[in-house]
Design a protein around this ligand. Structure first.
Ligand code: BES
Ligand code: MG
Ligand code: ZN
Length: 506
């Protein structure tokens, strides 16, 4: 569903559905009051008559109306005025879309007064964030529905947001809509079935999506990677009929900068069967989302390039399919990574760290980034620790963590800091090789030992964060602004990180 969202100052907008806000204490917003007067108290009567309507965030009250201009009014709860911030605004927007769908709105007009800023958010940003929530919620993945009527969702076509802050809101939303494009791409990639999205087709898709935006895209095939000695990444992919790929994306938005670029690295296991250490059958289909880290990187590149960010960012994704077969890598194998470190494979299902190891080494060797952020659906253990709400963020630098923390809060995505420690690094040392891919403590602290493994591939002085998104890349139930399935998690945080800390650096 594509909704045309725009901002206007003028109150009069052609629409079948009018939306006005009410606070939790029952107070009408200014536009609600004006409408209430115009309709001889219909709104206040409806609020009084419905004992369940409390004006809580996103709660809605529907009124059918006889008017030549509109046919229904939706009163939407916005909570307490003092609590209004970007997160509440996005929740209002997301929940509003569901309500508009329920009532079959085609052209809607939400009236915000916008004549004053709130304590925690400006009027323009408030309008922009309502639009953001609504836009994010409008995502649908139905390309594999063969019937036309199931494909085409009859829904909201047009939303006009009236606010005195329209010009500023419009400007903010221009970037927002590009960021949403990145989120939607990321969700699409995750939702694609693994017979369609495999390393080869994925690499092509990245080219098709990003090249038109001015992103340079380079693809390393197996031959090139063999030459470079990517023993870790290639071992994971060797059981699959599909060739592995490494895709490098370069966005040079600040040509004058002499600083090294920000590097984003993503795990792109297009399907993780576990390999010879085969996973149990229950919900194995979900392992199509094991490329969620790479989807975050690709989506972030799309957002950054789409809004022409004045920053230099390199994205690298390692694309492999982890399959069991007669030529698959085995538990017991000792393989040699691109960094030269040997790795004893103890479990072929601990494959993500092997893919990341070579991608991390390559990006450091080639681009000398000061800061690297890797993203991966790396461990089930992070889900044991944090569930589906927070991702786990490991950082070797306090400032980098602070930046990530602020960017993620702005982006309305939840990041929780996890520990890096010498002990976790030590745990990953092997008796027969340099490293092993499974910690001595097994499941205990599995997300931390995985991070400890990766740390062996980070060079001195490089600032690095590892983001384990195993619990947040996929949604089993819908949230106010995130539908079920691929969430596109971390795209917005990466975009905000670039916006706040990397744009227009000298
Ligand atoms: N892709 C999985 C992690 C995962 C699990 C992501 C569930 C999303 C949802 C990863 O490759 C994996 O299999 N990890 C193992 C590691 C173990 C063998 C050390 C795990 O977490 O069980
Ligand atoms: Mg695995
Ligand atoms: Zn995996």
């Amino acid at each position: 569903m594509t909704i045309n969202i725009s901002f206007q100052k003028s109150e009069y907008q052609k629409a079948d559905t009018l939306i006005v806000g009410v606070f939790e204490d029952g107070a009408l917003s200014d536009p609600a009051e004006i409408l209430d007067n115009y309709l001889d108290g219909t709104l206040s009567y409806a609020i009084k008559a419905n004992s369940k309507f409390k004006g809580k965030v996103g709660q809605a009250l529907h009124i059918s109306a006889y008017d030549q201009d509109f046919r229904q009014i939706i009163i939407i709860g916005v909570g307490k005025e003092a609590d209004l911030d970007h997160k509440v605004a996005e929740e209002i927007g997301g929940k509003l879309l569901s309500t508009l769908k329920t009532y079959g709105a085609g052209q809607a007009n939400i009236r915000l007064s916008g004549s004053h800023d709130f304590e925690k958010i400006t009027a323009a940003e408030f309008a922009n964030r309502i639009a953001t929530g609504l836009h994010l919620k409008s995502y649908e993945f139905n390309k594999y529905k063969s019937k036309k009527n199931e494909k085409k969702s009859e829904g909201l076509q047009k939303l006009v947001i009236t606010t005195n802050a329209a010009p500023e809101a419009e400007k903010l939303y221009k970037d927002t809509s590009k960021i949403c494009d990145g989120v939607f791409l990321s969700r699409d990639l995750i939702n694609e079935p693994p017979n369609q999205l495999h390393p080869e087709s994925y690499a092509e898709l990245i080219k098709d999506e990003l090249k038109p935006l001015g992103v340079e895209v380079e693809v390393l095939d197996e031959k090139k990677m063999q030459k470079l000695g990517f023993g870790a990444l290639l071992s994971v992919g060797q059981g699959s009929i599909r060739d592995s790929r490494l895709v490098i994306m370069k966005w040079n938005g600040n040509k004058k900068s002499k600083k090294s670029p920000l590097a984003l690295v993503g795990k792109g296991v297009t399907f993780d069967t576990g390999g010879i250490s085969l996973k149990p059958p229950a919900e194995m289909d979900l392992m199509k989302m094991d490329m969620g880290g790479s989807a975050a990187v690709v989506g972030a590149m799309k957002a950054i390039a789409g809004r022409k960010a004045k920053a230099n960012v390199i994205g690298v994704v390692g694309l492999v399919e982890n399959m069991p077969s007669d030529r698959a890598y085995r538990p017991g194998d000792i393989i040699t990574s691109h960094a030269g470190k040997t790795i004893e494979v103890l479990n072929t299902d601990a494959e993500g760290r092997l893919v990341l190891a070579d991608a991390l080494t390559y990006v450091q060797e080639k681009y000398k980034p000061e800061v690297i952020i890797d993203l991966a659906t790396l461990t089930g253990a992070i889900m044991v620790a944090l569930g589906f709400e927070y991702c786990g963020a490991f950082a070797n630098d306090h400032d980098l963590w602070d930046q990530l923390s602020l960017a993620s809060s702005d982006a309305n995505e939840k990041f929780w800091r996890m520990p890096l420690d010498e002990a976790y690094r030590k745990e990953m040392e092997s008796e027969v090789g340099d490293l092993k891919n499974l910690g001595s403590l097994g499941r205990y602290g599995g997300a931390c030992s995985a991070a400890g493994f990766l740390e062996h591939f980070i060079e001195d002085k490089v600032k690095w964060a590892h983001i384990d998104i195993a619990g947040t890349a996929w949604g089993k139930s819908e949230k106010p602004t995130v539908p079920k399935g691929g969430t596109g998690f971390a795209v917005r945080t990466l975009d905000r990180l670039v916006s706040h800390y990397y744009e227009a650096r000298k």
